[in-house]
Ligand binder design. Sequence first.
Ligand SMILES: [Zn+2]
Ligand SMILES: [Zn+2]
Length: 352
Amino acid sequence: MREQLVKSSAQIYDGTDQCTSITIHETANESVGADAQAHANLRSNGNVHQVSWHITVDDTEAIRSYPDTAQWWHAGTREGAESSIAVEICVNSDGNYDKAFALAAEVVAGLRAKHGIPRSKVYDHAHWTGRNCPSVMRATGRWQEFLNLTEGANPTIGTMVSPFEGRLTANHQDRGGYKGHKGLDIAPPKPGQTRMPVYAAFAGTWKKIVRNVKAGNRASTLAPARTGGGGLIANPDGEGNGYNHVDILDAWKVGDKAAVGDLIGYNDLSGNQTGAHVHFEMWKDWEDHNSDYDPRDAFDAHGVRPGSAPKGIITPVASKPKPKPKPSTSKPKPASSVNSRADNTAIQTALT
Ligand SMILES: [Zn+2]
Ligand SMILES: [Zn+2]
């Protein structure tokens, strides 16, 4: 990241940006030459009022105009201005949008690592006001892909396995599943099989474990209307993964860290189900059971087929006796720092 910092007293509210979220914009300027340098120069040349942003990214570089803690009006709401770091992606017609998209994700990965910002706090501009920005990203349906890229180089995030081997039998409601279905169902290879291994789809920390739920018990466990034994794991980025109809190994306790692919338990008939399956949910915010989204988005983004045999990471496990998992104590490594393109100090021609 190159710095071309601008001195200005035009900040708003006389406060400090809390840096608790990141907001993604696009410049909506397709003019030839409307790249990061041109936009940074606009700031430097005094075209500064209370509307501004922190970092501009094009297909070759990222330029910072203000420290993250400077407050600017960019999101259309006071909360956005006070809490969010603004990143603008250039859409100039002589630039390569895919490269700018990837570089912006790299920048956001760095900001997330620096400020400890979870995935659930990376917003598009539309989040604040409904404005159609970033419009190219929205029009092409690439928001989840962008978020996935912001997981950066942290090896403990961004790696996924299917939590269960078998057949996808029910989708999330967003993709044609029945109304109110908050996850997806994977049935064992042979109908009715139980005590088949269930694995951690992502790395994370155990937040909730529910055991000893009887078959047919409709009472909710992990969240309203979700039945059966199982557990909830929070990923390092703040998302949550819910596993239902699973007999969690006794060795796991809340607070333990699971690595991706760790054996977490075996499928069972606990709770309300008509045929053996694992019900798997993904929440954008592990503390909010209503933030569920279609896990297929994550499967697709990681190139993993629901129900595929977890490979590479896992030693296949016989169903009995229960092996003891060794809860990993290793801390997630911080994401690698943002790319440094600090060598280019030449000021190029400004926007014409
Ligand atoms: Zn915007
Ligand atoms: Zn289900």
